[in-house]
Design a protein. Structure first.
Length: 103
């Protein structure tokens, strides 16, 4: 039996997994499933530029590397939270809308 390699997933120099030929990270597809409970059809509706094969490959890669990717996602959420805490002079959504309405 010959095993064919899956070429839908590539990792960049930082170790971030991307769906080959796209601007979509594997973790984006995984988060759609984790956060919203979406199946491959629903993910495809949200990302119509991805083929079903790419979506399934991304989910397979995620589950094969779950602890590593979960760690990356947790680190990104911590960094995002820290950036929000340190951001100064940020407008609230309401203040932003008020500025737009005042124009």
């Amino acid at each position: 039996m010959v095993t064919a390699p899956i070429t839908h997933i590539q990792q960049d120099e930082r170790g971030v997994a991307w769906i080959a030929g796209t601007n979509t990270k594997v973790q984006e597809v995984a988060m759609d499933q984790l956060a919203y409970g979406w199946d491959a059809e629903e993910i495809h509706a949200a990302h119509p530029h991805l083929t079903h094969a790419q979506i399934h490959a991304a989910l397979s890669f995620y589950y094969d590397h779950k602890s590593e990717l979960d760690g990356q996602m947790e680190q990104q959420m911590r960094e995002y939270g820290q950036a929000r805490e340190h951001a100064t002079d940020q407008l609230s959504r309401e203040a932003f809308r008020a500025r737009l309405a005042a124009r």
